[in-house]
Design a protein around this ligand. Structure first.
Ligand SMILES: Cc1ncc(COP(=O)(O)O)c(C=O)c1O
Length: 310
């Protein structure tokens, strides 16, 4: 059994002098406290997919990820707890013969079977999974190379599909009194979390995503729009993505970001995941200092995950 989730997640005030000087309020939605092994946006996105898997009688989940993928670990933990089999297709065939790193070891310990693919095989397999989802909503039909694993629910890389978006839409639903001065903020990797947050907002409130990868302009906007169409059959005009705070690219943590994160942790007593959450908070601090938000704006930053255990 999975340990119980902490829902709704806590909401805490976090205004410091940079924000106060700009006349902007900052709050943190502590989704990092949601669940120890399926934390933050992983729980939000996986929840509806797992319910669908069980309702549709699936006994096996198949998904994708890199060598340190939080998504793979979360799927392994959730599937194991529900008595479902799980298969993880991992980017990098060279990893097959190496000792497992802590992340892949955790996934295997939770019962996930791992298969290691070359970069080309991986790109093909993830592309087909997306095609399958486009063509067949969330039926998760096993396609292409996945066929060898038999019937299974296929979850795309990062877990972002239409059902995942509806799960993330529960985040704003937990916040009372959102209105015209509210901006809900989250990091953007594949866009599923931002898509859900935007879709769950009441009229007037807006969503801001901070891209953590370099060169995502227009591609990420296209992904969010695609997910909105898949989940709700329409587009939303209440969100945007900041592309100026990726810190050099996915997984990169430049020195000034590390300094910012350490100072933030000391000051607020909240451990910061570096690749997504620290980038988000550093971006909001920078934007507030630059006067990017009208005075009176209330920002709510979603703390979407936990720092890596190692
Ligand atoms: C902690 C954390 N925050 C944010 C994201 C990005 O979410 P999305 O892929 O839905 O844009 C991820 C990746 O899944 C993540 O691990």
């Amino acid at each position: 059994m999975l340990e119980p989730a902490l829902l709704p997640t806590p909401l805490v005030d976090c205004t410091d002098e940079t924000f106060a000087r700009a006349g902007v309020e900052l709050r943190l939605k502590r989704d990092d406290l949601l669940h120890p092994s399926v934390p933050g946006n992983k729980w939000r996105k996986l929840g509806p997919n797992l319910s669908a898997a069980v309702a549709q009688g699936h006994t096996r989940l198949l998904t994708f990820g890199g060598a340190y993928s939080t998504h793979l670990r979360a799927v392994a933990a959730a599937a194991g707890a529900l008595g479902l089999e799980s298969v993880g297709l991992v980017r990098g065939e060279e990893l097959a013969d190496r000792p497992r790193n802590w992340s892949l070891r955790a996934a295997e310990r939770a019962g996930m079977r791992l298969e290691f693919l070359t970069r080309t095989e991986y790109r093909e397999a993830t592309g087909r999974a997306e095609d399958g989802i486009d063509a067949d909503a969330d039926a998760g039909t096993a396609v292409g190379p996945h066929r060898r694993w038999g019937p299974c629910l296929v979850l795309p890389e990062g877990g972002s599909n239409a059902l995942a978006v509806t799960g993330a839409a529960a985040i704003p639903a937990e916040l009372p009194d959102l209105g015209g001065h509210d901006v809900l903020c989250c990091p953007v990797g594949t866009g599923g979390t931002l898509a859900g947050i935007a879709a769950g907002l009441p009229p007037g409130a807006r969503a801001l995503g901070v891209a953590v990868l370099r060169g995502g302009e227009s591609y990420l906007e296209g992904e969010v729009t695609r997910l909105h169409r898949a989940a709700y059959g329409r587009e939303f005009g209440n969100w945007r993505i900041d592309h100026a705070h990726h810190g050099g690219g996915y997984g990169k943590v430049p020195a000034e970001l590390a300094v910012f994160a350490e100072r933030f942790e000391r000051r607020h007593g909240i451990p910061l995941e570096r690749r997504y959450v620290a980038k988000l908070l550093a971006a909001l601090t920078d934007l507030a200092a630059a006067g990017a938000f009208p005075r009176g704006t209330r920002l709510t930053a979603v703390v979407t995950g936990l720092p890596d255990p190692e």
